[in-house]
Design a protein around this ligand. Structure first.
Ligand code: IPM
Ligand code: MN
Length: 353
């Protein structure tokens, strides 16, 4: 079966890591038609917007998008991000942001005395509302009485669907859902979140549900990551906790994500968790692992689970044996790692034949 996948390399190190992810996917020999989308900060400088007005129609013809990163020092972040990634997440209603957190063999972790057997978590971040609703405003600009108001929006529908999905995911894993909350200080949003969590949990008697205050959860991730299985969190809490999680799995360069709307046919968007990293862009040293791992999530999404497994096996082999980039203790460049993964893919598929 042939697949249509959009490629959105974006800014900074985005194009560098996406080139490697694409090469590794191509090595699988699937029939994929790639559409390259030149959207991002250069597009903004040329056309005054991050992506064309008909972006939605363009994406609609695709099963998925493989994205690099967005953001450049020449464009204010709140404009570039609301002009692209946050707009896509909201408008396509990609309400689930899945971030698998495993420590792969061969990758050093900053947690003393911990190894791959201690780190296997799956973060599910609410991806369209909460603190990222985009609701608020500013008044009295430039005056001493100036105010900025940012409103967190929690809807029953939005909270319920993400919590329910967390329980469904836990059923296929170790059967634990940890819900990040802050209902001790928050009086409304997280109180609703907890109430809905209790209701949903009642329908999953075989899953252990626990509610943990987000500050305590951050500490627990460091002290006892092995006690966590599926972690479900609001948009901002999920954002913060998954950077901590990325550090635990060896750094931002390792972390992968899927922006999806389970049960719907809209294209999913797959991206490494790291940003555009302007400080190292253009040097060929960025870690392509997060982008390649994200491509495995994309392959699952488009109904190619075997290819996803093969690509993940190749990535794990390369992490174990090297070459590795500097952020994870090696001295290889982006392309050397990408080539190693692609040739491992070719070896694995030759063996399977
Ligand atoms: C992420 C990123 C984004 C977010 C930024 C780039 C808006 O940090 O995907 O985690 O905060 O969601
Ligand atoms: Mn983030």
């Amino acid at each position: 079966m042939s697949h249509r996948v959009a490629l959105l390399p974006g800014d900074g190190v985005g194009p560098e890591v996406i080139a490697e992810a694409r090469m590794a996917v191509d090595a699988l020999g699937l029939d994929i038609e790639w559409t390259e989308l030149p959207w991002g900060s250069a597009h903004w400088h040329e056309h005054g917007r991050m992506m064309p007005a008909d972006w939605r129609e363009t994406l609609d013809g695709h099963e998925a998008v493989l994205m690099g990163a967005v953001g450049d020092p020449s464009v204010p972040d709140h404009l570039s991000l609301w002009g692209l990634i946050l707009e896509i997440r909201q408008r396509l209603d990609l309400w689930a942001n899945l971030r698998p957190v495993r420590l792969l063999e061969g990758i050093p972790t900053p947690l003393a005395g911990r190894g791959p057997e201690d780190v296997d978590m799956l973060f599910l971040r609410e991806n369209t509302e909460g603190e990222y609703s985009g609701v608020g405003g500013r008044a009295h600009q430039g005056l001493p009485i100036e105010v900025g108001i940012e409103t967190s929006v929690f809807t029953r529908v939005g909270v319920e669907r993400v919590l329910r999905h967390a329980f469904e995911l836990a059923e296929g894993r170790r059967g634990i859902v940890t819900s990040a909350t802050k209902s001790n200080a928050s009086r409304f949003g997280y109180v609703l979140w907890d109430e809905v969590a209790e209701e949903v949990a009642a329908g999953f008697p075989d899953v252990r549900y626990e509610r943990v205050l987000v500050d305590a959860l951050a500490a627990r991730m460091v002290r006892d990551p092995g006690s966590l299985d599926v972690v479900v969190a609001s948009n901002l809490f999920g954002d913060i906790l998954t950077d901590l999680a990325a550090a635990i799995q060896g750094g931002m360069g390792m972390a992968a994500s899927a922006n999806v709307a389970p049960g719907s046919a809209v294209p999913g968007l797959f991206e490494p968790v790291h940003g555009s990293a302007p400080d190292i862009a253009g040097q060929g040293i960025g870690n392509p692992a997060g982008a390649i791992w994200s491509a495995t999530l994309l392959l699952e999404h488009i109904g190619e689970p075997e290819a996803a497994r093969a690509l993940m096996a190749a990535l794990e082999d390369v992490c174990r044996t090297g070459p590795r980039t500097r952020d994870v203790g090696g001295d290889a460049g982006t392309h050397e790692v990408g080539e190693a993964v692609a040739s491992r893919v070719a070896e694995l598929s030759a063996r399977a034949r």
